[in-house]
Design a protein around this ligand. Sequence first.
Ligand SMILES: [Zn+2]
Ligand SMILES: [Zn+2]
Ligand SMILES: [Zn+2]
Length: 349
Amino acid sequence: MNPSLLQEVPHRRFNPLTREWILVSPHRTRRPWLGRVEKTAAADLPQYDPTCYLCPGNERADGARNPKYASTFVFDNDFAALLPDAPPFNFDESGLLIARGEKGISRVICFSPRHDLTIPRMAPHEIEAVIAIWIEEYQRLGAIEWVHHVQIFENRGALMGASNPHPHCQVWANESIPVVPVKEIASFQAYRDAKNSCLLCDYLKLELQLGQRVICENEAFAVVIPFWAVWPFETLLLSKRHLASMEEFSSSEAKLLADILRRITIRYDNLFETSFPYSMGFHQRPTDGQAHPEYHFHAHYLPPLLRSAIVQKFMVGYELLNNPQRDITAESAAARLRNLPEVHYLDRK
Ligand SMILES: [Zn+2]
Ligand SMILES: [Zn+2]
Ligand SMILES: [Zn+2]
């Protein structure tokens, strides 16, 4: 087959992690785009906001007062979606109305006392402090007997529903393994059974060899736009070593994760010269007491922006009813991100 067909004609691409398909329509990007590329005014955030419930020393919704923290700060979410004392139950009406009790813990991690300091503008040692807290929370929550999965994720920007611009992430610890991780674990396992190898080790090797979809890399990590990406500038961050969670990091790997997080998020901000919104999260080995030799640590960045700081991709119609669809190919999106500088646009002026 002529590989240039992937840039020219409608086709489907397979996601081996979830074993689902997406529709790609590259011919549509030849439609002329007459609109201008909008920029949003840089949100001029103060370093400290007296009304922010995440800033040091301020009062939170439940009346608790934040300490005057100087680095990171972690606490139980005052509006937790999950509760550790939710009662267990099994509901089943005719095999059609099925429900189960679900215990969980939701935590909030502030990255820094600074109200305005996002990951791409933090110093490497400040990001390393955040990674140390991620490892600590993953281990501490994962060690709880009934916690079988720990999800660390960040919603950045109002477009992603972040309720507060103060840079922070959440950690949700669950009794059951959620839907997407269940699919991925089954795929890792099936691949290992069939090929006696790791799905993401083999995938990363192939991507580094081809180079077409690689955005950036260091000795321990690489970031690619996956072949099967759904969101226009979706990326997958992969460890080069076959490891299952952050707790297996060497000290140099923790430093190199800080380096790669900084570099990919600077590129994102530079793309439309805006504080780039996204949901991102780490996928790590479930904490269900099994060894999970099949599991390969990775992170997904899922940004909604398409063409400018204000034009976003929506999942509607065909996509909600069938499967996702994209116009711009993973390869052309990768070329755009790869060609951007790794100096933040606000630090260049
Ligand atoms: Zn704040
Ligand atoms: Zn692997
Ligand atoms: Zn994943």
